[in-house]
Ligand binder design. Structure first.
Ligand code: EPS
Length: 379
């Protein structure tokens, strides 16, 4: 991969830092747009009170001069406002691990006597840093006509009927929905389901779809396993906290159907080679095929529940109940925004790989006037 990024920081530490390496020089950054992505991630019905404390904004500490990337490592920081509250209080040792969280495995792996240390770094607070990173990637992709968005299609078993055939048309309705679902009737059902979970001291997961449009044919490769774009996308999206399943296109449904009904048949249309369907989700052989990219992800319910779960206090060896820590009831709408960030990150990388160059102008030199790569013809 050409691009790399690392994040550092804890949920209740002073803040989060991201270092982005390999990004091209010469990209004029829209900082407001990055902050807008951070605000989108903070929203969604069912979030915890923590989001009333935080007001995520990015500060640049390197790699940008007069608002333009230099090609050097881009260093971004996001402050944790809750840090000031956190350090004022005593925090009892956490010794009764929450099933489903990293509490137990983290404490055993790193030898902590207080599981809070595992909680702090494993927390999904870290996704704020990923979102800022993905916002950079989105801006690079935007230079080449690629758009990335997401929709929530399911929360707590409440499903929406969402037509993904021209995903950009869903943007307005999605952003207007408090659960980021373009189906207004399903939005109400999802909200009611979240209200019920809140009343019963429970949490919910769900499903979201990340889409990308404007992708040229030929990003990714089939020549090696670690260059297949479907694998890279699954890796990136699966790495998001609480994501337990990733599907490209209609992956699982296709597995139950006949091949003749699954494969997206090709014909010559107004825009050249066209397809009647997009069940492959925009990838064939781990390579973009010019159709919209469709990546679906399943998020498990948040593992911190008001009504306790059975556990063991590892300090005493006795049976115990989990202690409630402030948390979200449902973070699927926010996870969709993080999913966009991770998908954008991977797509920006394979686009840079395709076009080459150390600067935006060198990348542009390999494109036509409408931003498409100059290479790539079957004849
Ligand atoms: C999280 C627990 C909660 C969430 C947090 C993720 O933190 P707190 O205990 O401070 O309320 O709010 O998510 C964020 C802070 C965020 O910005 O998304 C966890 O355990 O993963």
């Amino acid at each position: 991969m050409i691009h790399r990024f690392l994040t550092g920081g804890e949920s209740h530490g002073p803040g989060l830092t991201t270092i982005v390496e390999g990004f091209p020089a010469g990209l004029a950054l829209d900082v407001e747009a990055i902050n807008h992505e951070l605000t989108r991630r903070q929203g969604g019905y069912g979030r915890s009170g923590r989001q009333h404390i935080e007001r995520d904004e990015v500060q640049f500490w390197g790699g940008v001069e007069n608002g333009v990337t230099t090609g050097g490592p881009i260093v971004m920081q996001i402050a944790n406002r809750d840090y000031a509250n956190f350090i004022k209080k005593e925090h009892p040792r956490l010794t009764a691990p929450r099933p489903g969280h990293a509490d137990l495995v983290g404490a055993i792996k790193y030898g902590y006597s207080d599981m809070r240390t595992a909680l702090e770094r494993s927390s999904a607070r870290e996704t704020a840093a990923r979102t800022a990173t993905g916002a950079l990637a989105k801006q690079l992709l935007g230079q080449f006509g690629v758009k990335v968005g997401s929709v929530v299609t399911e929360i707590g078993g409440e499903q929406a009927d969402v037509d993904l055939s021209s995903p950009e048309s869903l943007l307005e309705a999605t952003e207007a929905s408090p659960v980021r679902c373009p189906d207004t009737e399903a939005t109400e059902r999802m909200k009611a389901r979240i209200d019920y979970a809140r009343r019963t001291g429970d949490t919910l997961g769900g499903v979201f779809v990340v889409w990308a449009t404007g992708l040229p044919i030929g990003l990714g490769s089939y020549v090696h396993w670690d260059r297949r774009l479907d694998g890279l996308l699954a890796w990136a999206v699966m790495s998001i906290q609480a994501i337990k399943g990733v599907e490209i296109g209609e992956g699982f449904e296709n597995a139950r159907m006949n091949g003749r009904d699954v494969h997206d048949q090709i014909y010559v249309g107004e825009r050249g080679l066209e397809r009647h369907t997009n069940r492959a989700g925009g990838l064939e052989g781990g390579v973009t095929n010019g159709q919209p990219l469709i990546v679906r992800a399943a998020m498990k319910p948040i593992s911190t529940t008001i009504n306790p779960l059975q556990t063991v206090d590892v300090a005493t060896g006795e049976a115990a109940s989990t202690q409630y820590q402030r948390s979200d009831f449902c973070a699927v709408p926010a996870a969709g925004v993080v999913g966009e960030a991770m998908v954008a990150w991977i797509l920006a990388d394979v686009l840079h790989e395709k076009l080459g160059g150390d600067s935006l102008s060198e990348m542009r030199a390999r494109t036509t006037d409408d931003g498409r790569p100059t290479t790539g013809s079957a004849r």
